[in-house]
Design a protein around this ligand. Structure first.
Ligand code: 6AU
Length: 469
């Protein structure tokens, strides 16, 4: 047994030496930031290491009941499963990641029969979700699996999640032992051990609950949410918001270019987003947006055209790029309605830009219902690279810290505008989940927009600090 432990220790050290263990700021497959990243795909380039791993695996097999076939979870575990299959002379099957679009659309390749007992091989387990996907495909064709042999258990809930599926997990190495061996070899220091241990304990993934409690966006500071955002503009916004200490977007709904430019100059120091309805300008000229771009750069905010695209993809594409406003050439983010569905989102995907999808509207008598709102949120979450956030009035996606809730309809001491608009105070909207609040007439109608902007910024920021406390 001591000999086996020495082999496992040397396996851990080798992993570090080949660069398969990375310490720093990374993100896991489930989009959770992590201070340690383990990339076992690298070991395909080190045959001696595969040999060592297969020897250790064979030792572990003594604890596992007999099986008829082996299946590796694609892709990282495939070379390990092949090595084991050859050493033991036990056949292997392979699970496809996607089914073929031709032929028999089989998910499991290789020879097997109903009732075969299978051992699943996996490299790293966090939640166990990849093993569960493989298990489902194997079960579908009548193959039974009750044991999985894995190289590395991150100890973040995988064991429990798999037990619920009837699978016992056997791991060669777990995070506790990995940290111990690396510390003893002086590859890492005590502070790394503490940081990773603390992370492991606080970031447990329970696949049977719909949300991950530690990922409540309402409680996370903006700077910590950068790591969860997939859309570049969302990342930029979180950065600007943290640096400038502002979650204020001004809605610059004015009809003259010089007024628009003056508003940008006056409110610039206090905002993260400058929102326009460019088509309400009576004297539009492309120079206006050139001027706005310069002010945005000077004061570090993003330009946001509230175009509320809603047509078929092809038309939206032209509305976005062409015409006299050439929105794509200057707006960093835009708004869109979700009613045309995924095709419209595919059509407006452009480089770095971002979209806020409208899931709720701030007017009384709106005909948007719960079903539409839920479908919009679902659609938005399917486009994390494109969607910066969601325009809404309620905390609809609290377990998705990478997306931004943008809430308009904010003004102090006013309940409505007589045309359907409903207002809430900064405290109320931040309490209702807003990450960025949009203030229009509360600022634009003030005799001193700079003073009003600073007042709203300070109130909104205070409410946010209270929320994350
Ligand atoms: O503060 P106000 O009422 O002067 O301005 C609110 C701004 C306007 C609206 O077009 C916009 O916010 N808006 C939106 C957005 C941003 O899409 C959605 C919504 O539900 N309500 C709303 O007022 O520029």
């Amino acid at each position: 047994m001591a000999q086996l432990e020495e082999k496992v220790r040397s396996f851990a050290e080798e992993l570090f030496k080949i660069g398969a263990i990375k310490i720093g700021e990374y993100v896991t497959k489930m989009n959770i930031p992590t201070p340690i990243y383990i990339d076992l795909r690298l070991i395909v380039s080190f045959p001696k290491l595969i040999e060592l791993v297969s020897d250790i695996m064979i030792e572990y097999l003594k604890q596992i009941p007999k099986f008829d076939i082996i299946c590796g979870v694609p892709y990282a575990a495939l070379p390990l499963a092949s090595a084991l299959s050859m050493k033991l002379n036990i056949p292997m099957v392979m699970r496809r990641k996607e089914s073929k679009s031709y032929g028999m659309r089989k998910m499991i390749e290789g020879v097997y029969k109903e009732g075969d007992r299978c051992l699943i091989i996996e490299d790293v387990v966090t939640s166990g979700s990849s093993i569960i996907e493989t298990l489902e495909d194997l079960n579908e064709v009548g193959i039974h699996c009750s044991h999985a042999l894995i190289l590395m258990d991150r100890q973040q809930g995988g064991t429990n999640n798999l037990i619920k599926e009837g699978v016992t997990m056997h791991s060669l190495l777990n995070m506790t032992h990995l940290l111990k061996y690396l510390r003893e070899a002086n590859y890492i220091d005590d502070s790394t051990v503490n940081k990773v241990t603390n992370y492991m304990l606080t970031t447990q993934v329970d696949l049977s609950s719909n949300s991950i409690p530690s990922l409540n966006r309402l409680k996370l500071p903006y700077e910590e949410r950068i790591a969860y955002a997939k859309n570049n503009r969302a990342q930029e916004l979180f950065k600007i918001m943290s640096e400038k200490r502002t979650n204020l977007c001004v809605a610059a709904d004015v009809t003259k270019s010089d007024e628009l430019i003056s508003l940008a100059n006056q409110t610039g120091p206090y905002i993260c987003l400058f929102k326009t309805h460019i088509d309400i300008l009576e004297d539009f000229n492309i120079d206006v947006v050139e001027a706005l771009k310069k002010i945005a750069e000077k004061h570090n905010f993003l330009l946001f055209e509230d175009r509320k695209f809603s047509d078929i993809g092809k038309t939206v594409q032209m509305q976005y790029s062409n015409g006299m406003y050439k929105i794509l050439s200057w707006a960093n983010v835009v708004t869109a309605h979700s009613l045309a569905g995924a095709g419209m989102l595919d059509a407006i995907k452009h480089g770095n830009n971002g979209v806020f999808l409208l899931a709720e509207i701030s007017t009384s008598g709106s005909i948007i219902d719960k079903n539409y709102t839920e479908k919009t949120v679902k659609l938005a979450l399917q486009y994390p690279d494109l969607v910066t956030g969601i325009v809404c009035q309620n905390p609809l996606f609290t377990s998705e810290p990478g997306f931004i809730q943008l809430t308009p309809g904010v003004q102090l001491d006013v309940e409505g505008d007589g045309l359907g608009q409903k207002y809430n105070t900064p405290d109320v909207v931040i309490g209702n989940g807003a990450d960025i609040a949009v203030v229009g007439r509360g600022i634009t109608k003030s005799s001193e927009p700079n003073v009003a902007a600073e007042k709203y910024r300070s109130l909104l920021w205070g409410a946010y600090l209270k929320r994350i406390e």
